[in-house]
Write a protein that binds this ligand. Sequence first.
Ligand SMILES: [Mg+2]
Length: 402
Amino acid sequence: MKIEEITLRHIKMPYLAPFQTSRWTEHDRECVIVQVRADGLTGWGECVASQNCGYSYETTKTNWHILEDFIIPAVLGADLADIPAYRATTSHISGHPMAKAGIELAVWDLLAQQTGVPLQRLLGGSGDRVKVGVSVGIQATTEKLLEVVDKYLADGYRRIKLKIKPGRDVGDTAAVRKAHPVLMLQVDGNSVYRLPDAEHLKKLDDFYLLLIEQPLADDDIFDHAKLQPQLKTAICLDESILSVDHARWALEMGACRIINIKPARVSGLHEAKRIHDYCRERGVPVWMGGMLETGIGRAANVALASLPGFVLPGDISHDHGQVLLVVMVVAVEAKAKVAVGSWNAGARHLAYFEFTHLETSRERTTQSSEARWLFSSPGVAPSPRTAAAWKCSAISSSARRG
Ligand SMILES: [Mg+2]
């Protein structure tokens, strides 16, 4: 398929309540939505990096920059037969997996439409249900946390993940475990602890957790390998795993027993599937993480989570408090399972994508005929046609949540 036109939209959705982890708090969800046109079709993708660089160095602004200045010039006008062709076209760009994953998802979507094979099947998934849980941010008090957990359990969720940090870890986890003795429960440190905290982290072994996610630094597989033998509870790595090679290193070193797969973190569905396949061959459980995606990214996560190695419930909840989760592509139920059957080429619901209901801080469309001129002739002034392709508006602060 020949990539003819790409549109980027930087959008913003307010949360109903702030989402707090050990290292950052977000009040709004910002991301870059990608629209790719080829052969008369339109594919959709999402760059999931948020406005903060707490989870990784990527942000919405770096995503936009890398897309605009490097990825789009590389792929616009290119004839891409498949996903490996897309990855080859962008292989000279170091890092920035979330920026790369945004376009890759749109190309997957185009391939699904072109072949008439649902994305789920293209990936090797099956069935019409996947196991899901929900991730609960750090709350103002332990009492409030218990309230929020109760609400999600009433919604039908059967697995809860607690974000933890020093001072809000053992006590919060103990309280939830006491209130719910048989609940599937896990915790996520988001890289806030260090190896000398091992004695403290051992206290979490008392609560029969499914796993402890990413307790140590994101770039520190080595110390996780020293920590895991000291804990009864399985360590699950998230931020540390950026490729199938990282997964291999971590497992060979004994740094974890479980891996959290987030397609965007590992540069897209292609690498995510490779990690799934590698782990499955070795009997290592994986599960689908979440980046508080809009419906576009979430729908793709649902499709991938239907692969057989995803044996633990994923973070694919019906919402994360976004007021305007109108970009949902699949019918996600607030139950213990999520439907995946509607994610296919013939049943896409992206017509409901309503940018008019979202705050769009900037939008840019670039066509292949313009790209050659725009990106191959640095220093040449923009033509009126290219300039007209830009549409910008300021983010309105009046729309922030109260
Ligand atoms: Mg995590």
